[in-house]
Ligand binder design. Structure first.
Ligand code: EPZ
Length: 434
């Protein structure tokens, strides 16, 4: 089957989001399930011997691309709303073709799972993305330590394991989220125990561990810096609810911070957002947590923030940096952003400047001088979170803003336009006119 993905993207790429700015946001929305938890969990499902029922999976392009990879590998996948049922019993293929690998940057997450399933995997390098080169050296060096022989040539990864993967002790030079997940997936059926030191601590790691343990794996310490995995013979299926998307929640909080108003976000996990609340309160917002909801109210123009430094969890998430920046663009005063995770994560800046923002970038530092007003313009999304940031700025710009390359936004946000429209924004998707 030669899936032609470009069709999906071409259609979306021709669409634009049209915004008439200046509306305050009021109302409540349900926050989607976490993209960055759904993807490794879908990959993990193929290791199982029986079907998995995965709830709260957002209907977004990246998840649907992962589903296409699972189907290409022979798994059956059924979607009913936000519930995906993955039946791994038809797994028969160990190769993921280039077209599929390239459609989703994080498709490298299938390396650990396919190898765990059948001891070998034939993938193509996922390639870079809009955030700069996306190296996988930590993934590869870790899996080689577990006995996987990996030949890298012509943009392909041909991976073999003579007998079986061997548990071992792995020290990560950087707490890479994807590498931690790939090692966990490779380790669940390895012979012996695997210890991952300096592991990523993101909530998505803990969610993956919970899914794996529900399937009979033995993963300990997920969410901490040392994760241990005792290899088991096989994994059954399970039923699992994906955690809420903390980045989507932070995105809508930035939107109400930029526009003013009062919104309630339901179905969130407040503990996953603890590093973001202080910035919204410093901006003058009122944050009220009620069980699994948060109420955010902004009565005035946001105040400038103390320096925003992105970091690994539990630090301020890099994925929330672009949209928080969009909130500060019309802030009172100057806010400095330091992007410590990716080397090219200020792609939203040029488009924010087209709307009238005053931002200076020097390497990993961006200085935002708040302005009194923004004026609507035709702008283009260049990556997922940057695209959302430009839309957030358009919500508080005078006049009409038209955002191109909706496909980037649809990779990670479910019902993005509908949610903002429900909150009172004048926003709609139209066919591709500038
Ligand atoms: C995950 O990407 C997320 N994606 C990203 O979200 C998120 O920004 C990132 O973690 C950090 O939190 C998914 O979970 C699908 P990393 P990942 O490995 O795993 C370097 C979004 O918008 N690195 O922790 O790729 C790398 O270059 C996306 O939802 C190596 O050098 O992140 C980067 O600078 C964007 N070698 C840093 O580590 C490696 O082998 C963080 O990467 C791996 C990573």
């Amino acid at each position: 089957i030669n899936w032609n993905y470009s069709l999906f993207y071409e259609v979306d790429a021709m669409k634009r989001i049209c915004i008439k700015g200046g509306k305050k946001l009021y109302g409540e929305i349900d926050v989607q399930g976490a993209k960055n938890s759904s993807l490794p969990i879908l990959s993990a499902a193929l290791i199982c011997e029986s079907p998995c029922v995965i709830h709260n999976c957002p209907d977004i392009t990246d998840v649907n691309a992962a589903v296409k990879i699972l189907e290409y590998l022979g798994c059956g996948v059924k979607r009913e709303g936000n519930t995906l049922t993955v039946d791994p019993r038809g797994f028969k293929c160990r190769e993921v073709p280039d077209a599929l690998m390239r459609e989703m940057r994080s498709s490298i997450i299938f390396l650990g799972a396919v190898t765990a399933k059948c001891g070998c995997a034939f993938l193509s390098l996922p390639g870079g993305c809009e955030l700069g080169p996306r190296p996988i050296d930590i993934h590869l060096s870790s899996l080689r330590k577990m006995g996987l022989e990996i030949e890298e040539s012509h943009g392909r990864l041909d991976c073999f394991c003579k007998d079986t993967l061997l548990g071992c002790e792995i020290d990560l030079p950087f707490p890479s989220v994807g590498a931690t997940e790939n090692i966990m997936l490779a380790a669940v059926r390895a012979r012996g125990n695997t210890v991952i030191r300096n592991a990523a601590r993101e909530p998505e790691i803990s969610d993956l561990a919970q899914f794996l343990n529900s399937c009979g794996a033995r993963v300990f310490g997920a969410g901490e810096s040392t994760v241990e995995v005792e290899g088991v013979k096989s994994l059954s299926g399970c039923e699992h609810v994906v955690i809420p998307d903390r980045i989507a929640a932070a995105t809508y909080m930035s939107a109400v911070g930029a526009c003013g108003g009062k919104i309630i976000l339901n179905n969130i996990e407040p503990t996953h957002l603890y590093s973001t609340f202080p910035f919204f309160e410093q901006a003058g917002g009122t944050i009220k947590i009620k069980d699994r909801s948060v109420e955010c109210e902004f009565k005035n123009r946001p105040k400038a923030l103390s320096t925003v430094r992105t970091g690994v969890y539990p630090g301020f998430p890099t994925d929330a940096q672009p949209t928080l920046m969009a909130m500060t663009v019309m802030g009172e005063g100057t806010t400095v952003f330091v992007e410590n995770i990716f080397e090219n994560r200020f792609r939203q800046v040029d488009e924010l400047v087209r709307l009238g923002a005053r931002i200076r970038v020097q390497g990993r530092v961006a200085v935002v001088d708040g302005v009194e007003r923004l004026t609507g313009a035709a702008v283009e999304a260049a990556d997922l979170r940057g695209g959302a940031a430009i839309a957030v700025a358009g919500l508080c710009a005078d006049g009409e803003t038209s955002v191109g390359h909706v496909d980037y936004i649809n990779r990670g946000y479910e019902n993005f336009v509908n949610n903002l429209s429900r909150l009172g924004a004048d926003i709609k998707t139209v066919e591709g006119k500038k």
